[in-house]
Write a protein that binds this ligand. Structure first.
Ligand SMILES: Cc1cc2nc3c(=O)[nH]c(=O)nc-3n(C[C@H](O)[C@H](O)[C@H](O)COP(=O)(O)OP(=O)(O)OC[C@H]3O[C@@H](n4cnc5c(N)ncnc54)[C@H](O)[C@@H]3O)c2cc1C
Length: 587
């Protein structure tokens, strides 16, 4: 079974040294979230993740969730762990104190998300969608609905789901068939089938609060006629006690490649009582509040799984002896595989991507908080544009890198990585869902290219590039070679962005076929930008923690020499256009 040590030192480095975003620091309510408090939280988080949640990964994989006599049973150990999880208050970490939450910023909850994704993604999913549903209800629900449902969800006694997908509608939600019929009392009767619903049913909580998209009878077809409804598994009485069973039942649960401990359900809604959330026919807008935040969290899932894959590969390569290394000085017939240049390259590739991503995620978490809570509406809007630009990048880039890293981890283990004993192949299988759910990665790339680069507030990508350039004005000689490399790649990103904008006007297939490559380029440049912020501190503060900072500088050196140059090849590939792709006749 893989081991895991939560990377608290790196997390605290980010929280203490990179929390220098002026706008973020102006948010009044986070002034009391001191580094000491955060360190305490992270130490407790590490304990529950390493000691209680990590062992659930294997048990969930070997004893998948089952549907038995109409009840969905989670794997052995899940119930006890969930009880402790909610008793310790982990479901309430980032929620509003008004509903019993701890009010921690995303700069902190993202660290927790990373730890629990590394420990057991299946177990994490039971509370993850609840937080998403909480966010959506908190933004769009009436006071009555919020008071009725949020406290129990924050406490973790009730969980939440997100019900979009149907047999005929996955990416294209406009095709949805689930119907909502308005009743005299203002409630709706919801009927239809939803598939692939994460935590759609299970035995961990007393109630499950489904957020369901459906079409009212008099609504137009397509995405403009979709409304959002809250549909509880059990009706909640006015005194907040649990009432009768609503018309929601579990048809089946999916047998899957990975995340086998997570219940992925077919849910049948049969005249189930539903309450409309947000305005009629604006359901997708409301749902996107949940999905945008969720997408960043899915990116973090990829980061967490990458971290545990890296840690175990590193340990293994310090134990396994095979072949003599080129510069061997030992008399043994074989050296540790960590002596081989190829293995070292693979490990550094993982480490440089993971630490860069973590710094980028921290930057984005600060921007997200500014976009939600800064007192100045213009500053909020500017941050919101940046978050909206970077959300598909973090979702897709981090999860794609998660595939590369978990695959390389198996490679480092050789045959022992492919067999089940070491638990490494499970990381690959568990991560494989992350590029698919919450919007397939290619669709994220298309969204980035067609909707996020330029919007009604202007040329967002240009603003972002200018923001990076401003951050590169650093008077430290040792950083200059890194800056020079990043500047060269910013030029490529700028050329690529101009090419995309041009193609969107007259050759959309060229832009679509380039979208994935473009997203990778933006992901690599954004990660390099995050690394520059890390390097700036590393040189400034060097004398105070030489060993830590030396490692940072060397890891960054790998990233700038070995990872960042991939930008050029993505650009060249993508700008070859799409004619030869679209003209091909498949037989
Ligand atoms: C384990 C698991 C958990 C899930 N959890 C949830 C959940 O909790 N709630 C929920 O609502 N859903 C959930 N889903 C559903 C998931 O979000 C969908 O599978 C996903 O959105 C893709 O839809 P689809 O599978 O129908 O693929 P499709 O939409 O049919 O896509 C098939 C392929 O076509 C491509 N494609 C589609 N449209 C376009 C286009 N316009 N341009 C270019 N390419 C296109 C896609 O990129 C993809 O490669 C889950 C799925 C799984 C497997």
């Amino acid at each position: 079974m893989p081991t895991y040590n939560a990377p608290i030192e790196d997390m605290m480095f980010l929280y203490e040294k990179l929390r220098n975003n002026k706008n973020y620091n102006e948010i009044e309510k986070y002034k009391e979230v001191t580094p000491d408090l955060v360190k305490n939280i992270l130490q407790e988080a590490a304990k529950i993740n390493q000691n209680i949640i990590l062992p659930l990964a294997k048990s969930g994989d070997e004893n998948p969730t089952i549907l038995e006599n109409g009840v969905v049973r989670t794997p052995p150990g899940y119930k006890e762990a969930y009880k402790k999880f909610i008793e310790d208050g982990w479901t309430s970490l980032s929620c509003d104190p008004k509903y019993g939450g701890q009010g921690m910023p995303k700069t902190v909850s993202a660290f927790f998300d990373e730890m629990i994704s590394a420990s057991s993604l299946s177990f994490k999913l039971y509370s993850e969608l609840s937080i998403g549903a909480y966010n959506c209800i908190n933004h769009h629900g009436s006071e009555e609905i919020k008071n009725k449902f949020l406290p129990k969800m924050v406490e973790g006694k009730w969980s939440g789901t997100m019900c979009l997908t149907e047999p005929v509608c996955g990416t294209d939600l406009g095709l949805l068939k689930t119907k909502a019929i308005e009743q005299k009392d203002g409630t709706f009767k919801i009927s239809g089938q939803k598939i692939f619903i994460t935590s759609g049913d299970h035995d961990l909580t007393e109630n499950i609060i489904h957020l369901v998209i459906a079409r009212a009878l008099d609504s137009p077809s397509g995405t403009k006629g979709i409304s959002l409804f809250l549909v509880p598994k059990f009706i909640v009485n006015d005194d907040k006690s649990i009432g009768f069973r609503n018309g929601v039942s579990t048809g089946s649960i999916e047998s899957k490649m990975g995340i086998k401990g997570s219940a992925t359900c077919v849910l049948n809604f049969d005249s189930a009582v539903g309450y409309m959330i947000g305005p009629k026919n604006k359901g997708l807008n409301s749902m996107f509040t949940m999905m945008n935040l969720e997408r960043i969290v899915v990116g973090i899932q990829g980061l967490g799984i990458s971290e545990i894959a890296y840690q175990n590969s590193l340990n293994y390569s310090k134990e396994r002896k095979q072949g003599k290394s080129n510069n061997s000085k030992s008399n043994d017939s074989a050296d540790l595989i960590i002596e081989h240049a190829d293995i070292r390259k693979s490990l550094l590739n993982m480490k440089s991507i993971i630490e860069g991503e973590r710094a980028l995620c921290f930057w984005l978490s600060q921007q997200t908080e500014v976009s939600l809570y800064h007192k100045d509406a213009i500053i909020r809007k500017e941050a919101s544009d940046l978050v909206s630009l970077m959300t598909p990048v973090v979702k897709s880039f981090f999860t794609d890198m998660g595939m590369e890293i978990t695959s390389d981890a198996m490679q480092i283990y050789g045959g022992y990585g492919y067999t089940k004993d070491q638990g490494i192949e499970q990381l690959y299988r568990d991560n494989r869902i992350t590029p698919i759910y919450e919007g397939i990665n290619s669709i994220q790339a298309i969204d980035l290219v067609f909707r996020k680069l330029v919007n009604k507030n202007g040329d967002i990508i240009k603003k972002y590039i200018n923001l990076i350039k401003k951050d590169l004005k650093i008077n430290e000689e040792k950083i200059k070679p890194f800056i020079k490399k990043l500047n060269k790649n910013i030029e490529v990103l700028t050329k690529f962005s101009d090419w995309i904008k041009e193609k969107m006007k007259n050759s959309k297939d060229d832009a679509s076929a380039a979208a994935n490559d473009y997203l990778k380029v933006l992901g690599l440049v954004a990660t390099a930008h995050a690394w520059i912020n890390v390097l700036e501190v590393s040189y400034k503060d060097y004398e105070n923690n030489k060993k830590f900072y030396e490692e940072k500088i060397q890891t960054a050196s790998f990233f700038f020499n070995r990872v960042l140059p991939k930008v050029e090849s993505y650009y060249l590939t993508a700008t070859s256009g799409s004619k030869y792709i679209m003209d091909f006749k498949f037989n």
